[in-house]
Write a protein of this length. Sequence first.
Length: 205
Amino acid sequence: MYLANWWHEQSYIELIGVVTGLLCVYLAAKNNIWNWPFAIISVTLYIFIFFEARLYADMGLQFYFLGANIYGWYFWSHKKEPDIKVPVVAITTKQITWTIFAIALITPALGYTLTKLSPILHYKPAAYPYLDSFCTAVSLIAQLFMARKIYQNWLMWVFVDIIYVGVYFVKDLKPTAFMYAIYAIIALLGYLDWQKAYRKQEILY
């Protein structure tokens, strides 16, 4: 009875976003190209969900995800031989350096912008602007690394997904919090699978 009442209280848009979001991450962890169309559906829905929750950095992040998912779909499918997958690669020292620099730059700049922009645009104040901005910065880079098949992207997702679970639970987005808890588990499995694929490539080539 309690579960049935809880289910009816949830937003159908959020529930559809959760289902398609889980499908896209599961398929990505399995190195399956069909993760991208499910991702496009999910991030489009979450533009509206995060706006209502006043998580404006997350809302903006969904627009980036939308473009990145379209790019990822193109990149994964753009190969000469239909049966050859785009190879998994490892992160470089240069990419690690630029990642740290980008996160350190984006987090305070975006957090400050959110605190100042909401009153000007007559929006409700942003919720957790600096934490939201930090998670957004990490997610931006992780998504780019996923599209480029850098297998350490999954470690970044594990880290940021754990933070998101707490944020969404506090914001009463419980289905979304549950989704991100599953994301963290899938991301860990994705890391192990992609690492195995990378090592197999190293042996073959």
